[in-house]
Each structure stands twice: as C-alpha cells, then as structure tokens.
Design a protein around this ligand. Structure first.
Ligand SMILES: [Zn+2]
Length: 422
C-alpha cells in the first residue's frame, strides 16, 4: 500500500480543521477547556479528491450504571467513537442512495452492497487514542512540556547530577487514565516506565462510576482486525471496510511504536492475519483545542457531523442530545442520530426498501420483530472472526451484558421483552 506524502497528510488534516472551524460553537470547548477531534476522510482514487465524510469531538464517557437497554443513550462520547458512528450514518445514507439509483459509493450485487473499487478511507485524530497507544516513552524532545520540566527542576533542587536527570527522562512514560479490566492483571503503578502494563485491554478513563466501554486504542484495534463497519452493516456488505491510513495530530505525545503495538502487536505469541495493514502518520498540524497545559478541563460536550443529504450536526451531553428535558430523556426523539436505536432504524429502513435484501437477512419475518441484539448475531462471519480476534489478539475483552434487546416500531420505541419482540 502506497504511503501518503507529508504534504497530503497535512492537507487532509487542514481540511478536517477547516470543517471543524465552520461548525457552530455549541458543544465546542470554551476557554480553559480541551477536546479531541477525529474525522473519517474519503479518498477517491479516480478523481484524486479527499473529502471529510464524518467528524466527532469529545472525551467523555458515562458509567455502567447509566446504561439503558433501549439503545437510545450513548455511553461512549469520545471523538473517535463519534466520528466512527457518524461514518456509519454516512454509509447507511449511501446504501439508501444506491437503492434509489442515486450517486453512491456502493453498487449492488445479488442482494448485498459492494464498495466501489477506487474508494479508500482515512482516519484522522488530533491525538493518540486513550489506552494502550497512549503509554508512550518520554523523549528528550518533550523538555519544553510542563510536567517534564517540573520533574527536572525537582531533581536539580534535590542535588541530583545531570546523568540521573537524563536517565529519569528515558525511563519515564506518558500515562493513560484508561484502566486495566477488573478481572485481569493490574498496573503496578510504580515509578517511571513501571507504572503501566502494556498491551492490555483497558476501560475508558473517568472518575466515579466505572464504564464498561473499552479504550479508543482497543476499539480502533478492533476496526483494524474486523473492519470499521460493525456487525449490522457487515450483514449488508460483501466485504468489510478497513481504514487504510491513520493520521494523528502534532503538539501532543506521539509514538509510531506504541500505535503499532496497540493496533497490530498486542500478543506476540500468535500470528494474526490482517486483510489490511494500515499505515500510520503524524501530521505537523496542531489542532487548536488539544490539551496544551495540565490545568485545562475536558469540554463536557461532544459534536457529531456527517456528510448526508442535508449536512447535519448534533451536540451531545451525557450521551443524549443537548437540551433534552428530563421528561423526554428516554424517548427516541431525544436520542442522538448515532445512537444504537437510530442506527438500527437506518438498518431497518434499508431492509424495508428492498425485498431481496430483506429476505436474505430475515426470511419471512417482519424487521420490526427482530430485536437489535438478535439481528447482530445474524452477522455470523463477522461474529466468528471477532471471537477469534478476541481470543488470539486481545486475550481479554470486557463483557457487556447482552442487554440491547429492543425493537424498532414505526410508532416509536417499544421496550424489549421476549413477548413483544419475538
Ligand atoms: Zn478515547
């Protein structure tokens, strides 16, 4: 696979930052706040055109206690996850266009969809993903960054010699707030590079109620191994969709080695076959809202944008649309367009539009009788390869309860029970 030139990498990042700058202010960081920005960029090889097709911001995640089985609440509002879910919306939109014989990135082939040959996808993020990839050895270049200067000052005050300062720097690492899984081996939390274990699946950082959402390093590694499309779209597509290039921003700690470890080499004992080995890059362009100093707060909101019929963007706080009243909190109308509920609605729309596709997927059943979790289990080849990746690559993965047993009804949300759904 050909590598992108530095010039093109920076051009792509600039187009992501330009799009971000054009979005409304709501949900973006204000003074003393920081956030992460992630985008999926489509590259059309034939026309040599790059285009951002989805964007996400944010660094918040809500705890396990708040999880609801109706699929309307989104637990994970990290930028990477929002950009990916916005991308899923873009893919559904293109499936719909294909069925209407409108311009689309997909063609149809015996009741399934095929991505056109000359289209590649690129993922940009303003910093390395939380979790394993963020456990980065410190290098001398960071001496201008706050915490390292502080530790050097302290050792000078203590009367330590030059050599010990240098050694300390080399033996130190940047840390991640993401935590090892409860039932796995835990970080030793000793000094320097003995603080963390590496190659571990971790849950997202955060205080208080612990989340069951895994870190972005783990999620992105998952996309690298089984595709970014997820189980539902896998049912409709002939081939998985892989990210060919991952680009990260400047002005933040970066290491190609930790990225490769997190995405490709967790478990050295076993060879893992990959259909697409992605290239990784660091751009020299800095996103204006990165965490420049320690005393900044994470912005509470998350923004999602996708290139759809009519360009839209939504702002999320605590996993729901901004401004939702408590009374309406559990209604699908307060649910983000990228929630499990709304994406399942899109999936069902595709089934309702084409008889052959519908019969391939659910036979004689009516789509609104198949609960979300049951539909995901129908993606048998996806589920089989995911089971093998969990065992051979990650060794361990959080087990979320298989609770999303909801159905979509045209009249709105139906609470899931075996009686109403099957
Ligand atoms: Zn993250």
């Amino acid at each position: 696979m050909a590598r992108l030139s530095n010039e093109i990498v920076n051009e792509i990042v600039n187009s992501c930052l330009y799009l971000y700058s054009k979005l409304p202010k709501t949900g973006k960081p204000v003074e003393k706040e920081w956030t992460v920005l992630s985008c999926v960029v489509q590259y059309d090889v034939l026309s040599d055109r790059y285009e951002v097709v989805s964007l996400g911001t944010g660094s918040k995640c809500i705890g396990a206690v708040k999880m609801t089985p109706d699929g309307t609440l989104l637990n994970d509002s990290h930028a990477e996850v929002f950009a990916r879910r916005g991308f899923l919306l873009y893919l559904y939109d293109n499936l719909e266009r294909s069925l209407k014989n409108e311009p689309s990135i997909f063609t149809q082939e015996s009741g399934k969809f095929v991505l056109k040959d000359d289209i590649d996808f690129i993922f940009y993020s303003s910093q390395l993903p939380c979790g394993d990839a963020s456990i980065i050895p410190k290098t001398g270049e960071e001496e201008q960054f706050g915490d390292v200067i502080e530790s050097n000052k302290r050792s000078a005050d203590d009367g330590h010699c030059e050599e010990s300062k240098k050694l300390k720097l080399e033996d130190d690492i940047h840390r991640t707030g993401a935590k090892c899984l409860l039932d796995s081996e835990q970080d030793p939390k000793e000094d320097g590079n003995k603080y963390h274990l590496v190659s571990q699946v971790r849950t997202k950082p955060g205080r208080g109620d612990r989340t069951l959402s895994v870190s972005c390093s783990d999620k992105m590694a998952r996309w690298t191994h089984v595709g970014i499309q997820g189980a539902l779209l896998d049912i409709l597509l002939v081939k998985q969709i892989y990210i060919k290039h991952f680009i990260f921003g400047a002005g933040v700690p970066y290491s190609e080695e930790t990225l490769r470890r997190a995405f490709l080499k967790r478990n050295l004992d076993k060879e893992v076959y990959l259909k697409c080995i992605p290239e990784v890059y660091q751009s020299s362009v800095i996103f204006e809202c990165v965490r420049k100093q320690e005393d900044l707060r994470p912005a509470p909101g998350s923004v999602v944008w996708a290139k759809l019929y009519e360009s839209f963007s939504e702002v999320a706080v605590q996993g729901r649309k901004l401004g939702v009243t408590k009374k309406k909190a559990t209604s699908p109308s307060s649910s983000l367009c990228i929630s499990k509920y709304k994406l399942y609605e899109k999936f069902q729309l595709i089934l309702s539009m084409d008889r052959v596709i519908r019969e391939n997927v659910i036979g004689d059943n009516s789509p609104d009788e198949v609960p979300y979790s049951e539909m995901k289990r129908k993606a048998t080849s996806y589920q089989n390869s995911w089971t093998s990746v969990k065992k051979n690559f990650f060794k361990m993965w959080t087990v979320k309860p298989d609770m999303w047993n909801f159905c979509i009804k045209s009249s709105g949300l139906v609470q899931s029970t075996q009686e109403t759904c099957s």
